[in-house]
Design a protein around this ligand. Structure first.
Ligand code: GAR
Length: 197
């Protein structure tokens, strides 16, 4: 049976698009039930709408706390039976409300070889640090900033002529392949009973 996914995103949504594409091809055994977006007007919203995927947008500033908007999100996700949360460029820390409801079922992608360069602008951080190797990490989400258990990583070499744009392009090409594959592995390898125990 297809697993019910919620994708959370804040920006362009290229990863969202590639996950949706692989679902259509049948290589990811899931269904995106909802896109949750914290940036009204983000490009990812149009992408979801063009694929007829329901969208729920919120503006965190209009809520008194993280707990209050996450409680609203949680109600929505429960209403539609979401089993996994996929963070695809969601630029917010997840709080205890969602973490406890989806223990070991929230997955994030990050454009560095964690634990190096967590947080914002990981690509810029790697360039500024002058490292020769960076990459992509997919990990379970915990309360920290990009600190959860690592599921998958792939390295990308930084060439001397790289700037933010050229490096981002190579990193994202890897993300677009690695994220759907890893999601599929997770969806098919962990029995529900085990996740909930
Ligand atoms: C991706 O590169 C993802 O790794 C990164 O945001 C980008 C979103 O791109 N996530 C983080 O930096 C999380 N800390 P997209 O909107 O085109 O998928």
């Amino acid at each position: 049976m297809k697993k019910k996914l919620a994708v959370f995103a804040s920006g362009t949504g290229s990863n969202f698009e590639f996950i949706a594409k692989e679902i259509t091809k049948g290589t990811v055994d899931g269904e995106i039930e909802i896109l949750v977006c914290d940036k009204p007007g983000a490009e990812v919203i149009e992408k979801a709408e063009s694929l007829s995927i329901p969208v729920w947008t919120f503006d965190a500033k209009l809520y008194p706390s993280k707990q209050s908007y996450e409680t609203e999100i949680l109600l929505k996700l429960r209403e539609i039976g979401v089993e996994w949360i996929i963070l695809a460029g969601y630029m917010r820390l997840v709080g205890p409300t969602l973490l406890s409801a989806f223990e070991n079922r929230i997955v994030n992608i990050h454009p560095s070889l964690l634990p190096a360069f967590p947080g914002k602008d990981a690509i810029g951080q790697a360039l500024d640090a002058g490292v020769k190797l960076t990459g992509v990490t997919i990990h379970f989400v915990d309360a920290g900033m990009d600190t959860g258990k690592i599921i998958e990583q792939e390295a990308v070499r930084i060439e001397s002529q790289d700037d933010r744009l050229t490096l981002q392009k190579r990193i994202q090409a890897i993300e677009h392949e690695l994220f759907p594959k890893t999601i599929q592995a997770l969806l098919t390898s962990i029995p529900r009973e085990e996740i909930n125990s």
